[in-house]
Ligand binder design. Structure first.
Ligand SMILES: [Zn+2]
Length: 412
């Protein structure tokens, strides 16, 4: 008969998940209530049919989010209080010890949680996205993506995991500081390797062809004093009709990437304005600021993990009988994202402030009118709702609602 566990951890987990559920229900109701009228600010630019498509798409995705939340909760409860981790511990500890035991335990949890997510992901891609005309992925691409991702996760993840577990077991009580240094190194390596070797495994990148757009972009980069090595077009249309633009890499590997779907839909002056917005993030050093914040937080979390791992009550509060570095790491990775959810408005707020700053920069360096025209088109093409629930938005939206962004652009 296993020992009874104290209830505070279970109650905190359920409360954090209950908050997500409540926000999701609010979002669905709010969008549904505003489904029958385009907000006045957009009445001239968005048709009622497009507005209703966006509402339906948002409602379906919000409901899907609740199904995903239910699966997440079941997996969590099954692994912890349901005894799943105890069974995995018994299995791996019967065959291995030390590093091999830890890698076996963590890798099997990673495989199990990915398998639990797979049916949901298939449904999202081939039913939900397809229903609204966004999916362009074939089953063959899906399977090949999945295999490549699994291979990459094994190739990059297993050595990292081995290094982390080794440090945890050999570096004494300040192991977390050493792990932090390795973690930073690993992230910088990925940032450098991603555009050069990882992204090309999944997409084709071709240089932006000569023409009006390229001339405009060259002039914009000159005005903004931005030295980008290369500008690429990515075949995003292989998988989805959602459009996007981004920066990637740093130093010599720095490049600008446009999805082909974005270039199909926007005029050259609109693409220029979108790029000016991205350059605004760069100008204000948002990316470095974000990285510094994330790295500081990971140091804080690792130090906390350093304490928890030595606390028997931590394992017991989750219904787990055997402690240890690997088990502590697994539990921490399972519960931390859930327990810290109530703090997300802080980060969403920061991110939305950066978006406003980037918009203002784009208005200065390109054109406020072209940017808001581009935003309206992108919101319409992506069926993004113009009427989100304010509280849901406070938590979940990294970008300010369209109405706020466009209202600000009109005053600049
Ligand atoms: Zn942005």
């Amino acid at each position: 008969m296993p020992e009874a566990f104290p209830a505070w951890m279970l109650l905190s987990l359920l409360a954090a998940m209950g908050l997500r559920l409540w926000l999701s229900l609010r979002q669905e109701n709010h969008v549904r209530r505003h489904r029958d009228a385009v907000p006045p600010a957009f009445a001239e630019r968005i048709s009622l049919a497009a507005h209703q498509k966006a509402a339906d798409y948002t409602i379906v995705r919000t409901r899907f989010g609740r199904a995903a939340l239910a699966v997440e909760l079941l997996v969590l409860l099954g692994l912890t209080y349901g005894g799943g981790l105890n069974v995995l511990h018994d299995f791996w500890s019967a065959h291995f010890d030390g590093l091999a035991y830890g890698i076996g335990l963590i890798a099997s949890v990673a495989v199990l949680t990915s398998l639990a997510d797979l049916p949901l992901d298939l449904y999202r891609q081939f039913r939900l996205e397809a229903r609204f005309g966004f999916n362009r992925m074939t089953p063959a691409i899906y399977v090949s993506d999945l295999l490549k991702q699994a291979l990459l996760a094994a190739l990059l993840g297993l050595p990292l995991l081995a290094a982390v577990l080794w440090l945890m077991q050999t570096m004494g009580s300040y192991w977390w500081f050493h792990v932090w240094l390795v973690w930073i190194g690993f992230n910088l390596l990925i940032l450098f390797a991603y555009p050069l070797w990882i992204a090309p495994l999944f997409n084709r990148f071709t240089p932006l062809p000569e023409g009006e757009l390229k001339r405009r972009i060259a002039a914009l980069l000159e005005r903004c004093r931005f030295g980008a090595r290369e500008i690429f077009v990515m075949d995003g249309s292989r998988r989805s009709s959602h459009g996007n633009a981004y920066f990637t890499g740093f130093g010599k590997a720095r490049r600008i990437v446009f999805f082909d779907t974005l270039l199909e839909r926007l005029s050259p002056p609109q693409v220029e304005a979108v790029l000016a917005h991205e350059l605004g993030h760069f100008h204000h050093r948002h990316i470095s600021k974000r990285m510094i914040l994330v790295f500081s937080l990971s140091l804080l979390f690792l130090a906390l993990l350093g304490q928890l791992i030595e606390t028997p009550g931590f394992y017991r509060s989750l219904g787990v009988e055997h402690g240890g570095t690997a088990m502590g790491l697994v539990l921490f990775a399972l519960v931390m994202p859930i327990l810290t959810f109530p703090l997300t408005p802080i980060f969403s707020h920061l991110s939305r402030r950066h978006e406003f700053e980037a918009d203002a920069y784009a208005a200065r360096m390109a054109s406020a009118g072209e940017l808001s025209a581009a935003l309206v088109k992108l919101y319409e093409d992506n069926a993004a709702t113009l009427t989100p629930d304010p509280l849901h938005s406070l938590f979940h939206d990294s970008h300010p609602p369209a109405s706020q962004r466009i209202a600000r652009l009109q005053t600049t």
